[in-house]
Design a protein around this ligand. Structure first.
Ligand code: ATP
Ligand code: LTN
Length: 338
């Protein structure tokens, strides 16, 4: 992973849960930044299947979705030769470090996480301990690779702050062990909202299919979903407080076309939502098309994807193993006497 001069390039790491096909929220908030960063950084990207089981999953579906998510990461244009692309459960060291970090995280800190509160309310029949310790596993994912930057959507900021606190605490208790990671939260698409309730974030596990646009939706689906997107009665395309639906559509359009909000307001001056909504849909269709084409090609070669995932796991395990050995030594575990 080091370059020819043996200088370490800054390292970027992020994971995504294989809970469903990712939405344009996941894409604009996180995955797009992964693809943009993959050229200039040393990158490690993964499919967070361990995190996915904090909510009940159908095993066959989880297996399928993990495979599809892996293919989709490659379809973004991430190069498995230059970067490490792997499946989290293939690298057992994540779970090992997560246990240790649990013992360096206070109950009160984990209880403050808003995602825990939201997900416990949503899945009141299954508030499991894994859901509670979700952020320490996420901290392990990050710290085990000594990541400098973590590109995520705004909803993950609190988890990253906790990760930084855990890293600093451990480093202070022993000696510098972990790189303290910085969040990389792109401004524009950091929080894409639901098309049906623009006060809520777009989520891939939303039960209402009209609320989100998946990265693999057909052009017709995309047109239909934007047509039924919730807006307001003002019928003016402008970014303003209280216009959550239009603000969200403007954000999506801006991310897909590169146009600023002022340019968009000028473009649709004197026009209504009947012109604006189809334009947003077309910009999304065009953005997703090359990814969908590559995805369809990649999923035809199952053996290749399996081989790449195995290689990714091997490379990831090598880097992760070095950190875990160091941590185990520092906390006072005896080594196996061979
Ligand atoms: P789930 O609904 O299963 O909880 P999710 O849609 O929230 O899933 P994750 O796998 O938890 O997706 O997140 C993957 C990445 O996408 C994370 O970096 C997260 O911050 C980002 N992300 C998720 N939702 C949005 C959104 N609405 N806008 C911007 N970024 C998002
Ligand atoms: N919790 C994240 C997914 C995730 C992650 C990570 C993101 C798991 N491990 C490590 C960044 C770094 C989410 O997006 N909901």
């Amino acid at each position: 992973m080091d370059n020819e001069n043996n200088e370490r390039r800054e390292r970027v790491l992020s994971l995504i849960q294989p809970t469903s096909v990712p939405t344009i929220g996941n894409y604009l908030g996180a995955l797009k930044n992964w693809a943009d960063m993959s050229e200039s950084y040393d990158c490690i990207f993964g499919v967070a299947d361990l995190h996915a089981i904090t909510v009940r999953q159908d095993p066959a579906k989880l297996r399928k979705q993990t495979f599809e998510m892996y293919a989709l990461l490659l379809a973004l244009g991430l190069d498995p030769e230059k970067n490490i692309i792997f499946v989290q459960s293939h690298v057992p060291a994540h779970s090992q470090l997560a246990w240790i970090l649990n013992c360096y995280t206070q109950f009160g800190e984990a209880a403050r996480m808003t995602q825990f509160k939201d997900k416990s309310a949503k899945h009141a029949d299954n508030v499991n301990v894994g859901l509670f310790s979700y952020p320490t596993l996420m901290a392990a994912d990050i710290l085990i690779y000594q990541a400098d930057y973590v590109p995520v959507g705004a909803d993950q900021k609190q988890h990253l702050e906790l990760t930084r606190d855990i890293a600093e605490r451990f480093n202070a208790a022993y000696s510098p062990t972990f790189t303290v990671p910085k969040p990389y939260i792109g401004k524009a698409g950091a929080s894409i909202k639901s098309l049906q309730d623009p006060t809520k974030k777009m989520s891939k596990s939303d039960a209402n299919p009209k609320a989100s646009v998946s990265m693999l939706d057909t052009p017709d689906d995309i047109r239909r979903k934007f047509k039924s997107a919730v807006t307001d009665s003002e019928a003016v395309v402008r970014y303003a407080e209280g216009k959550d639906g239009i603000n969200n559509l403007m954000t999506i359009y801006s991310c897909c076309t590169g146009k600023s909000f002022e340019e968009i307001e000028r473009e649709f001056d004197g026009k209504g939502y009947g012109d604006f909504k189809p334009a947003v849909a077309e910009s999304v269709i065009e953005t997703l098309k090359p990814i969908q084409d590559r995805y369809n090609e990649l999923t035809r070669d199952k053996a290749l994807l399996e081989k790449l995932a195995a290689e990714g796991a091997q490379k990831a395990a090598y880097v992760a193993g070095k950190t875990v050995s160091k941590v185990m030594r520092k906390v006072g575990f005896r080594q196996v006497n061979k």
